[in-house]
Ligand binder design. Structure first.
Ligand SMILES: Cc1cc2nc3c(=O)[nH]c(=O)nc-3n(C[C@H](O)[C@H](O)[C@H](O)COP(=O)(O)O)c2cc1C
Length: 328
C-alpha cells in the first residue's frame, strides 16, 4: 500500500496535493468538498489589501451622506475593513472546525503596515500556516531591482516577527538573480517557498480596441518552467518548496516531487475538471508508486533534483540547439 503523506512547512499532509489559493477556496462548502475529494491541504483565497480598499471606496461612494460628514469616511473605512477581515477569520475558524487538513491563510498586501495586523489575526483564528502572496510589478522606471527586492525582505521580516505559525512566500519567476534571491528569501526564516504564482495577464481585443484578460487558466505545458527551478533550487534553499503552475495530472505531481518539491498547489485544473480530479490525480500517483515499488513519498522526493541527477546541466539548457532539442 502506497503512503502518499508528505511533510510541508512542518505540517503533515495526507498527500502532496494542496488546493491553491483561488476563488474555489473562499467558501466553507468548497473547502469541505476539497477535503472530501482528497486535498492534502487548502490555501484560502488571498485577502487582498487592494480588494479591501476597493470595498471601502465602493461603500463610501454609495453612501448618501458621504460628503456631509468628513468623519464618515473614517467610520466606513474602519467598518468595511473590519467586516471583510472578520468574514475571512470566520472562514478560517469554520474550516478548522469542519475539516481535518491544514488550512493555510493567504495575504496579498501592497503596504507593509497592514500585513502584520492581518497576519496576527489569521494566526489567532487558527490557521495552520500563512502564505504571503507577494508580487511587486517592476514597472516603475526609477526603482532599481534591489529596491523592489528589498520590499520582499521588509515584508517577510515584519511578518515573521509577529507570527509563530509557518510562513511561506509565494513568488513569481520575475527575478534576474533567481537562485540568489530564492536562497536569500529562505534565510529569512520562512518555512516554504511557492514556485511560482501565475498572474492575470492582459490581452488586446483587436476589434473593440479594449484591454481584456488573457488566458486565466494555465495549460499543462506551463509546468516546465516551475520544474526547472524546483530542480535547481530544492537542494539549495533552507526551506520546503511547493510547486505551482501548470500541474494538471498525477504525472505532473510526480515530476515536481522528483525534482524536490514537498507538495504542489493546483488551481486551474480544479476549475476545468472539478474537485473530483484530485482523486484521479491521487490514484495516478499511487499506481506509479506501486509500479516503482515506492512505499512512501520520502523515497523519491528530490531523487531527480539538480544535485541528484547524473547530468544536472540538463536543467540549465535554455537554447534550442539541435543537439538537445532534436529540432533545427
Ligand atoms: C481564478 C484564479 C484566482 C486566483 N487567486 C489567487 C489568489 O487570490 N492568491 C494567490 O496567491 N493565487 C491565486 N491564484 C493563483 C493560483 O493559486 C495558482 O498559484 C496559479 O493559478 C498556478 O496554478 P495552476 O496552474 O494550477 O492554476 C489564482 C488563480 C486563479 C486561476
Amino acid at each position: 500500500m502506497a503512503d502518499l503523506s508528505t511533510s510541508y512547512m512542518g505540517l503533515k499532509l495526507r498527500n502532496p496535493i494542496i488546493a491553491g489559493s483561488s476563488g474555489l477556496t473562499s467558501s466553507i462548502e468548497n473547502i469541505q468538498q476539497l477535503y472530501v475529494h482528497g486535498a492534502g491541504a487548502v490555501v484560502l483565497k488571498s485577502l487582498f489589501e487592494e480588494q479591501i480598499n476597493f470595498a471601502i471606496n465602493k461603500t463610501f461612494d454609495q453612501s448618501e451622506n458621504n460628503y456631509s460628514y468628513p468623519e464618515a469616511l473614517d467610520y466606513i473605512s474602519h467598518y468595511t475593513r473590519e467586516n471583510d477581515l472578520e468574514k475571512y477569520l470566520k472562514l478560517i475558524r469554520e474550516a478548522k472546525s469542519k475539516v481535518d487538513i491544514p488550512i493555510i491563510g493567504s495575504i496579498n498586501c501592497v503596504s507593509s503596515s497592514e500585513w502584520v495586523t492581518f497576519a496576527k489575526n489569521i494566526q489567532e483564528a487558527g490557521a495552520d500556516a500563512l502564505e504571503l502572496n507577494i508580487f511587486i510589478l517592476p514597472s516603475d522606471p526609477r526603482r532599481k531591482a534591489e529596491q523592489h527586492e528589498q520590499i520582499y525582505f521588509d515584508i517577510l521580516q515584519s511578518v515573521m516577527k509577529q507570527v509563530k505559525i509557518p510562513v511561506a512566500a509565494k513568488i513569481s519567476s520575475y527575478f534576474s538573480g533567481m537562485t540568489n534571491m530564492a536562497l536569500q528569501l529562505s534565510w529569512t526564516g520562512i518555512s516554504g517557498l511557492v514556485l511560482f504564482n501565475r498572474f492575470f495577464s492582459p490581452d488586446i481585443d483587436v476589434d473593440k480596441f479594449e484591454v481584456t484578460p488573457s488566458h486565466v487558466f494555465s495549460s499543462p505545458a506551463e509546468m516546465f518552467q516551475t520544474l526547472r527551478w524546483v530542480a535547481m533550487l530544492s537542494d539549495k534553499v533552507h526551506c520546503d518548496i511547493a510547486a505551482s503552475t501548470g500541474i494538471h495530472d498525477g504525472e505532473a505531481v510526480i515530476k515536481q516531487l522528483l525534482a524536490g518539491a514537498k507538495a504542489v498547489e493546483i488551481a486551474s485544473v480544479l476549475y476545468g475538471k472539478g474537485f473530483e480530479h484530485i482523486g484521479v490525480m491521487i490514484k495516478e500517483i499511487e499506481q506509479w508508486m506501486v509500479r516503482h515499488q515506492f512505499v512512501n513519498t520520502s523515497e523519491f522526493i528530490g531523487r531527480m533534483s539538480y544535485k541528484e541527477v547524473k547530468n544536472p546541466a540538463a536543467f540549465e539548457r535554455v537554447q534550442f540547439m539541435k543537439h538537445f532539442s532534436g529540432i533545427e
